[in-house]
Design a protein. Structure first.
Length: 145
């Protein structure tokens, strides 16, 4: 079973029409129709009753809809989970802030963040009145005015 065919099936079921599903997927309506035909051939059953007003799920289509939605949820879930693993926060960040704010507030607030992200190094830099971000005296500057 081809996932693209299932994706097309879900779009048709949700949109109610092949043309609307094609627009939603950014495909030609003939491509959507061919993929539906291929899925129905793979399944050995008709999944929709095609009418001028739209497409209606058959009992087999309703059953496939339940399974397809679970598959979709699993695929989207694992995609996000893997993306989160790859998007590990790491590196050095210099935060410039006035002494009192940096020592009393930021140090305590940033502690749990740094503890949770092993690859993250946060350096608090006391800022004089004048500083330059372009010379990388800090990555982030907090100023009180």
């Amino acid at each position: 079973m081809d996932w693209d065919h299932i994706r097309v099936f879900l779009a048709i079921a949700r949109q109610g029409q092949l043309l609307a599903a094609a627009r939603k997927l950014g495909l030609n309506h003939a491509t959507v129709s061919r993929r539906l035909d291929a899925l129905e051939a793979d399944m050995g059953t008709q999944l929709f009753v095609r009418r001028p007003a739209g497409s209606v799920l058959t009992p087999a289509g309703e059953r496939l809809m339940q399974v397809a939605e679970r598959l979709e949820a699993e695929v989207l879930g694992i995609s996000e989970e893997l993306r989160d693993i790859e998007a590990e926060v790491a590196g050095n960040v210099r935060i410039g802030a006035p002494d009192g704010l940096g020592n009393c507030f930021l140090a305590a607030a940033l502690g749990p963040l740094v503890a949770a992200r092993a690859g993250l190094v946060v350096e608090l830099v006391p800022l004089p009145r004048m500083f330059s971000l372009s010379r990388r005296e800090a990555d982030l500057a907090i100023v009180l005015d």
